[in-house]
Design a protein around this ligand. Structure first.
Ligand SMILES: Nc1ncnc2c1ncn2[C@@H]1O[C@H](COP(=O)(O)OP(=O)(O)OP(=O)(O)O)[C@@H](O)[C@H]1O
Ligand SMILES: Nc1nc2c(ncn2[C@@H]2O[C@H](COP(=O)(O)O)[C@@H](O)[C@H]2O)c(=O)[nH]1
Length: 202
């Protein structure tokens, strides 16, 4: 299935979603290493930092009170609760980068992607899918960052996210990080990138 043409100016905002453990952060890290011209929004979260995560780089780590304040002040473009924590995208930096014409990427969950679809209908929504459900479980467990009860919650959310794949403009299957990055950067920067893309790429 072909995805309709969107002018460059209207599709500089790209959203990358997909089940927990599929490899979104890995893909984004590689994309930013190879293409520093892409700007990644740094989200706010109430989740505790994992070892090695740095405040202001991986997330802005805040408590529930501060998150409430940001929501009430309208400072978040979108926000959602995911597996027991809250996550949101600071609005101002995204609007500023888009106004400057910078290719802008959000790595967010399904609920957040749905909100962006509602408020910024020209954004390109990309679903990152695992090669198989078994491989997704293997990656999530293999990462070793969550206890089993949290993994179970994330897999439950993952089943819901997998069922929503058709809501996205296209799907990239994360078999090869390099290949996904190659397609993603083409979609973000090449005006022909969307027209030549099939709905699901394997
Ligand atoms: N193409 C791939 N092949 C094999 N392993 C991969 C691939 N991409 C990512 N991984 C591994 O899968 C694990 C999960 O990746 P990552 O943390 O990037 O997932 P995520 O989608 O960002 O998860 P979350 O939504 O929970 O933050 C990591 O250990 C990563 O090294
Ligand atoms: N709706 C939003 N979802 C977000 C945001 N930042 C990250 N996320 C998503 O949360 C889950 C879990 O992330 P983790 O770092 O705890 O593994 C994952 O799906 C992220 O994409 C956000 O600003 N808004």
């Amino acid at each position: 299935m072909e995805v309709g043409f969107l002018p460059m100016s209207e599709r500089r905002l790209t959203v990358l979603s997909g089940p927990s453990g599929v490899g979104k952060s890995t893909v984004v890290a590689e994309l930013r290493r190879a293409h520093p011209e892409v700007w990644l929004s740094v989200s706010v979260t109430t989740r505790r930092p994992r070892p090695g995560e740095v405040n202001g780089i991986h997330y802005f780590f805040v408590d529930g009170e501060e998150f409430d304040r940001l929501v009430e002040a309208g400072e978040l473009l979108e926000w959602a609760e995911f597996a027991g924590n809250r996550y949101g995208t600071p609005r101002e930096p995204v609007l500023k980068k888009l106004a400057e014409g910078v290719p802008t990427l959000l790595e967010i969950d399904l609920e957040g992607a749905r909100q962006v679809r509602g408020t910024m209908p020209d954004a390109l929504l990309v679903f990152l899918a695992p090669p198989s459900w078994e491989e997704l479980e293997k990656r999530l467990r293999g990462r070793g960052t969550e206890p089993e009860d949290v993994i179970a919650r994330r897999l439950d959310a993952g089943r819901i996210e997998m069922a929503a794949e058709s809501e996205f403009d296209l799907t990239l299957v994360n078999t090869s990080v390099q290949e996904v990055c190659r397609r993603l950067i083409a979609l973000m920067t090449d005006p022909q990138g969307v027209t030549t893309t099939t709905k699901r790429e394997v």
